[in-house]
Design a protein around this ligand. Sequence first.
Ligand SMILES: [Ca+2]
Ligand SMILES: [Ca+2]
Length: 300
Amino acid sequence: MSVSKALRRGLALSGLLAAGLVVPAGAGAAPAHAACVTRPAANTAAIPGTAAVSRATAAAVQRDLRQREQTHPARKSKAPFTVGVVWNVFYDQATGEGNLSDAALQRQIDVVNQAFSPVGLSFRTYQVYRYGVSHAVLHGVAEGNQNEAYLKQTHKYNQQYLNLFTARPDDSRGWATFPWDYASRPGYDGVVLNSDTMPGGTRPDYDEGKTAVNLIGHWTGLWSTYQGGCSGEGDYVADTPAEASPAVGCPTGRDTCPAAGTDPIHNYMDDSTDHCRVQFTHGQLQRVIGTLAQYRGINL
Ligand SMILES: [Ca+2]
Ligand SMILES: [Ca+2]
């Protein structure tokens, strides 16, 4: 039986709340480490380092967004919207590593909700699925590799649901897909989150759950604040000063671009430490409203 059939059969057998599906060892699980990366998936945002796309890609997205807005202006509902979160919790079937408690999931949701409340967007756990996998798969998942494809076989529902895949990738805090990617790769939509970044996690300086806020920021249509560097349109948000590169630590007064304003190190879409990142700007939230309306059919 193929891995995908095994997964599907497991889901069918275990019903809506799949508790502890165990993928048999040797059932075709992908090799473990980055050596098996064939090529990076297009248009996904990973951190650290590769969260920026090319200026040409960002410009093309902007043209598409503007064109859509002219053709189909967003209905402004002025009402809050709650996104259903589908948790895909992957854990080590031998040791239980990564098998997060429901309380741990809720603590993460609470941090995300605090960040997005100014725009009327909230998140609520809709379903929790837990999957036992090998240590190699749990730690070997990387953006664009076979392990990621393996995990994402569990993806569910449509573009209005947030699929959150938790694992323990050795080389990343996580990555996300953008709203405009949904049409071409619906089964890849969502956020892969290293669970060591969740509130109370084990990752130094990144243990307050802001990584998920940042990645869900991408999922809602935001670029990193350092997108495009100092020139051009940057992140296509007017009230985030241009920034040459991701901030490291919490460097107060950092100013890497000649344009007005110091670097937005306190912004969720920078790469500063969790304690340092506390805000979205008005411009970012306006962009979220626009991109969610155009690409996810969510009207705020
Ligand atoms: Ca900006
Ligand atoms: Ca500046």
